[in-house]
Design a protein around this ligand. Sequence first.
Ligand code: 13P
Length: 246
Amino acid sequence: MRLIAANWKMHKTQRETKEFLESFLKLLGNPADREVLICPPFTSLCVASEILKDSPVKLGAQNCYYERQGAFTGEISLPMLKELGCEYVIIGHSERRNIFLESDELINKKLTACLEEGIRPILCVGEKLEDREAGLTFKVVETQIRLALSGIESYTDSLDIAYEPVWAIGTGVPATPEDAVSVHRFIRELLGKLNPKSEGKTRILYGGSVKPDNAKEFMKYEEIQGFLVGGASLKPESFVQIVNSF
Ligand code: 13P
């Protein structure tokens, strides 16, 4: 089933979260054949969890720490997220990698902890503009995935991957669906090599300037099993249009 996920990043207070979700749920109805996920900031998880508990919409977090508890000031653990009803966690978003300098090793530890805790991670990968211009897109994506999945290759069915080219995030300039599809195919092949016993349950999502007016073009391709949406997920009307784009 395709997964349409909202990554709100550092947007929305609790009050704004409540307003969004109340109108979003009315507009959404009961979506068939697709999974809808909202990943608000940590401070909104509690209110979102109350509102979403009897709805078809799932709740996720944007980050986590890999230890279960302890002296880690400012961090949030997986048991804390699980108790709030989070079923997903976004791991290794390019903003975490580039602004907060998260390493592939840290991302690997977080993924491992998610799998142990039974929360489904969405691993984000994607090349920068200079990588693409140097013809390094596939190399960069392959390295990110190999390092992220080191030691947990046999669990690929328990996670999803979002391909988010860094140059397409927040710029209004998405990858062409054809370019995205070629990277998605490459990732699928790589997963097959890393985990020959895979049942193909990993969904490969596209992220980067997905909008209501371009979502349909991506959804024509079976290789694109969903979206991770930033800016266009902040308004109920535009996110609902993206959810309903196929
Ligand atoms: P935009 O949709 O705002 O380009 O952000 C994409 C993204 O980073 C989702 O994780």
